[in-house]
Design a protein around this ligand. Structure first.
Ligand SMILES: [Ca+2]
Ligand SMILES: [Ca+2]
Ligand SMILES: [Ca+2]
Length: 274
């Protein structure tokens, strides 16, 4: 036993000695790249209806790559993927577990939440799922008729994989999402009751380093729509953490808290980590 401990210390020392001056020599790990921070391009819009964000959404699509790769297996070098949560015209209320792998193979995205799962639903399905009649009026889909939300949480994590299967981790150049009824902050001075932003996204690279954080712009009133898209100069986003609203959806009055749901996710083709 004693001998084993000693020999492992010696082995460790020798490894260190060899490493000096031969950076990365025989390393089983990819060396972390030097900081090559570039400011991403941010696309954002908010307003009372679809028309208020449509132009910005379309400009983000074009910037990601004109072609929607649909369910084509990767790896592909160009284009984008989209998830509209509409199930090809479904009006069903569809609960999903966490991790939610329903789009892992077809689009290359895996979703997790600290909550109990997710739901894809039309507005009346939100009413029944969360036992809140207000939800028929305070939200609006961007792509009809279903929206997307975590259950028993306001947090969603997106991770990219190469579309086509095999669970191969991937990175994307950009990610955008549509949100309904982001109310805060409301733009008034703090002492008039404005609050912090309720809805924001954090972007991480393949090494777990935080790349960028941005809040989602609010719009006053009911059933507003907001869009936030963030585009980097090359594929580097491995994961996005999304916080939607101040509290999870549930049977409370939304006048007390800002509650938010999601619609379309639009992202650059998930590509192999280099
Ligand atoms: Ca939709
Ligand atoms: Ca509202
Ligand atoms: Ca709200």
């Amino acid at each position: 036993m004693k001998y084993q401990v000693l020999s492992s210390i010696v082995a460790g020392t020798m490894t260190l000695a060899f490493s000096t001056g031969t950076q990365g020599f025989n390393s089983p790990y990819h060396p972390r790249p030097h900081k090559d921070y570039t400011v991403p391009t941010v696309f954002q819009a908010a307003g009372p209806d679809i028309a208020s964000i449509q132009g910005t959404v379309d400009r983000f699509r074009a910037a990601l790559g004109g072609v929607n790769n649909g369910n084509v297996a990767g790896p592909l070098d160009t284009g984008r993927r989209e998830i509209n949560w509409d199930g090809g015209g479904s009006t069903a209320t569809s609960p999903a577990p966490t991790p939610f792998s329903g789009f892992l193979v077809t689009r290359g995205a895996l979703f997790t939440t600290p909550g109990t799962g997710f739901v894809q639903a039309p507005l009346d399905g939100l009413v029944t799922t969360f036992n809140n009649r207000d939800y028929a009026n305070i939200f609006r889909p961007f792509s009809p008729v279903r929206v997307f939300a975590p259950v028993n949480s306001n947090r969603t994590t997106v991770e990219f994989f190469v579309p086509g299967g095999g669970d191969i981790p991937a990175v994307s150049s950009g990610f955008g999402a549509i949100f309904s009824d982001v109310d805060e902050p409301d733009g008034r001075p703090q002492h008039y009751g404005s609050k912090d932003a309720s809805t924001y996204l954090r972007f991480y690279d393949a090494y777990g380093e935080l790349l960028y954080t941005s809040v989602v712009a609010p719009s006053p009133g009911d059933a507003s729509l907001s869009f936030l898209g963030v585009l980097f100069d090359n594929p580097k986003i491995a994961k996005i953490k999304i916080v939607t609203g101040e509290v999870p959806l549930g049977p409370y009055d939304e006048r007390r808290s800002d509650v938010v749901v999601m619609d379309d996710f639009i992202f650059g083709e998930p590509r192999l980590v280099k």
